[in-house]
Design a protein around this ligand. Structure first.
Ligand code: UDP
Length: 251
């Protein structure tokens, strides 16, 4: 078989040219990075779990009418998605204070926010993805006012969907990050949820115990990351059918 053309390699995923025009294959790696890639490791099985979990969330969003780039999962580590033009913003939605919001505003982690707060960061690793305002976004032309209205509405719909699904399995959705892409249908453009939705890009806390089930386990050295992600996958019923560690054969 001909070698596929690699389009881009990021910290956690590789993008390949897809089988049909307008499609891309997203390959989920086991690499974990934090603090703008200053902390790095390989976490066995993370890519498989994130591929499954992102499939689960994106399919759920498509089913409730929130458009995403997701087409279908191809195998353990790959999914087929619509190619889109990524808007250079990280859209962060917060329900409870944590991470950079707690540091910036001195609000204790876990404090419930009066309402969901949406923040925008400019996607630029060299600059450390700085927080930006809608003024910056408009002035530098990263997105139009119509795009911003659509992005806000998508972000809040994703928040409602994800919060509900997670509450249903005893997990609190503290915050999350999404990316938005533009797709073109003829002369029309529309916005879709792109990239991935997984415990790499969400903060997920067990409601009963407060146990962290997301990338903070890696960022803050709180234990085994695969165990935490597997717990999320197990509760949602999306653990891979084939075991990730081959059982030893005894004869
Ligand atoms: N996040 C992400 N990628 C980033 C930055 C943040 O997925 O490059 C997610 C992060 O996992 C958390 C939310 O966005 O769920 C808010 O992150 P925060 O601004 O608190 O930054 P952090 O504390 O992770 O530096």
């Amino acid at each position: 078989m001909a070698r596929r053309k690699k389009i881009y390699e990021g910290k956690a995923k590789i993008l390949y040219e897809g089988p049909e025009p307008g499609t891309i294959v997203q390959y989920f790696k086991d690499d974990a990075t934090a603090f703008n890639a200053q902390k790095k490791d390989v976490v066995d099985g993370k890519g498989v779990l994130n591929n499954r979990l992102s499939e689960f969330f994106m399919t759920g969003l498509n089913n409730v009418g929130v458009p995403t780039h997701f087409i279908r999962r191809l195998n353990m580590r790959e999914q087929l998605v619509r190619s889109c033009e990524i808007i250079p913003l990280e859209i962060i939605v917060r329900n409870f204070a944590a991470g950079s919001l707690s540091e910036r505003l001195g609000i204790e982690e876990g404090t419930q926010l009066p309402r969901p707060i949406v923040e925008y960061c400019f996607k630029d690793d060299a600059l450390g993805d700085p927080l930006v305002s809608e003024e910056h976004i408009a002035a530098f032309g990263w997105a139009s006012q119509q795009d911003m209205d659509d992005i806000l509405s998508l972000a809040l719909r994703v928040n409602d969907y994800l919060s509900g699904v997670m509450y249903g399995v005893g997990i609190k959705l503290v915050d999350f990050k999404i990316e938005i892409g533009r797709v073109y249908d003829g002369d029309f453009q529309r916005l879709v949820v792109a990239d991935e939705i997984s415990p790499d890009s969400c903060r997920l806390w067990d409601i009963e115990s407060g146990r962290k089930l997301d990338k903070d386990v890696f960022r803050r050295d709180l234990g085994n990351l695969t165990d935490a992600y597997s717990e999320v996958a197990r509760r949602l019923g999306v653990l891979p059918r084939t075991p990730m560690v081959k059982p030893t054969l005894i004869n």
